[in-house]
Design a protein around this ligand. Sequence first.
Ligand SMILES: NC(=O)c1ccc[n+]([C@@H]2O[C@H](COP(=O)([O-])OP(=O)(O)OC[C@H]3O[C@@H](n4cnc5c(N)ncnc54)[C@H](OP(=O)(O)O)[C@@H]3O)[C@@H](O)[C@H]2O)c1
Length: 321
Amino acid sequence: MTNALLTTPFTARTAAEEVIDGVDLTGRRAVVTGGASGIGAETVRAPARAGAEVTIATRRPESAGPLVHELTAARGAGTVRAAALDLSDPASVDSFVRTWNGPLDVLVANAGIMALPERVLTPGGWEMQLATNHLGHFALATGLHPALRAPGTARVVVVSSGAHRSAPFDFDDPHFERRPYAPWTAYGRSKSAGVLFAVGARRWADDGITVNAVNPGFILTRLQRHLDDETMRAFGVMDGEGNLTPPPFYKTPLQGAATSVLPAASPLSAGVTGRYFEDGQEARVVRGDEERPGGVAAHALDPEAADRLWEYSSTALRTTA
Ligand SMILES: NC(=O)c1ccc[n+]([C@@H]2O[C@H](COP(=O)([O-])OP(=O)(O)OC[C@H]3O[C@@H](n4cnc5c(N)ncnc54)[C@H](OP(=O)(O)O)[C@@H]3O)[C@@H](O)[C@H]2O)c1
């Protein structure tokens, strides 16, 4: 039997704070990776303003200074701090986990990099997009599992992307050792891995931990920094003079963050796990090659692939750390 899709009153245009309007998060503790910029910064603002204590996990804690300052001055906001985390470095993830103290209610795996033009490897030999977007977050979430188990109601959100649709996870050659490197395939695979992680985490259901994946939609942020002007023009987000021209369906970071805040903190998604949301709704399942945009590909929801990925990721961490 399949579960009915979760629907909400929210749309692609809903702002993050509207999703938790009237929700008091005082006493809740959250970590948002990549929370110093873009969608992540708005994913920090909304829960913090609702009273949550939020840790911004970032490679450069000083870059979170203005946001920490802003929220520290905001009336009724919870405590906000920044902590160092480089997801591509297992030692950095380990250090973050070891210094974490006490329970954790919400983990938003938001940090990410997209379409690096050349194949870059971490010192441990992992392809950089897979290392940052999936393996680093896998290490973080599993390392923080005891802290997530403690409240009995913790929520994990993995920020995926519509790019997952065209790139199932490749268990045979995850780091492009044998096949030619392709920037978008690498990104898409890492985002399929994020959805599969949410499915594989059904093993945490008895701990009261829910894990869901989201697609924030199209938003101009620093994420596009590896794209050249030609690609930006082909996407219709840059004109001939180099001006940014986002089409009407592009969202603001505040609207993109709304879909993360829904499974992270809304009462509407309490107890819901292993799902994929976009535009404030649970997405329909689509074939990877379907032309209509949106939806979640069946390959990313496959429970067998999810378990296999969990095993693969655990082994990768054990053998590389
Ligand atoms: N923007 C879109 O259209 C779009 C669409 C679909 C999905 N997404 C996803 O949304 C998420 C947020 O992206 P965004 O658009 O807000 O872009 P962004 O502003 O570039 O944010 C990405 C964040 O990831 C952090 N990060 C990158 N590498 C890291 C590492 N090794 N360790 C720790 N943090 C790292 C960056 O922080 P520092 O560089 O400061 O360390 C940055 O704060 C990403 O997962 C992205 O794939 C975005």
